[in-house]
Design a protein around this ligand. Sequence first.
Ligand SMILES: C[S@@+](CC[C@H](N)C(=O)[O-])C[C@H]1O[C@@H](n2cnc3c(N)ncnc32)[C@H](O)[C@@H]1O
Length: 195
Amino acid sequence: MDSLSIRPDQWLEPVDFRSFFEHPERPFEIDLGCGKGRFLLARAAKFPEINFLGIDRMLNRIRKIDKKALRKSLSNIRLFRVDGYYAVTYLLPPSSVDTCYIFYPDPWPKGKHHHNRLFNEPFMNALARTLKPGGKLHASTDHLPYFEEIYALLKNDKRFEETGTFYPSEDEVTDFELIFAHKTPGRCSFIRKEG
Ligand SMILES: C[S@@+](CC[C@H](N)C(=O)[O-])C[C@H]1O[C@@H](n2cnc3c(N)ncnc32)[C@H](O)[C@@H]1O
């Protein structure tokens, strides 16, 4: 896949990632912390009429997904190596995302590391900014204390409303979920309300 970098003068400006797809008008979904891409690749193959952006900060993971997407001729995937919080806060245009998947975000289990977690109040503002009204967030993690924190943040935020939980099909289960299949993850789904 061709690569594209962002000029320094664009670092805090929204970039319309939808325009990088062959059909920019199609629904736009992001997999934040897409890891090795099992979910992203399966989903993109199954829904060719949806544009998928995989975001991860690990370059080797992004490269591997890129190779697999090319091998499978998936033209509806784009990949972005960047910090997810930064992308959702600044780079993705406001009200641009139809669905955001966040599966197994790093739990940073030690108390002194909790400040590294993705979900917190500023991230809620970033999500509210970037999801379209009616857009969905699907989250899961096997780290149940972190799940309780994520769920409480969403449940207590008036900009979001709980909706039917999203369950990935067998072929879509993420790489991390395969490893931790013996654990039952916490899962939740919320809609970005209008206004
Ligand atoms: C535990 S793995 C889960 C990967 C995948 N979602 C899954 O379920 O298999 C977390 C992934 O998120 C990425 N990640 C962690 N923090 C991130 C951040 N702030 N921005 C972008 N990616 C991040 C890591 O590089 C890693 O690939």
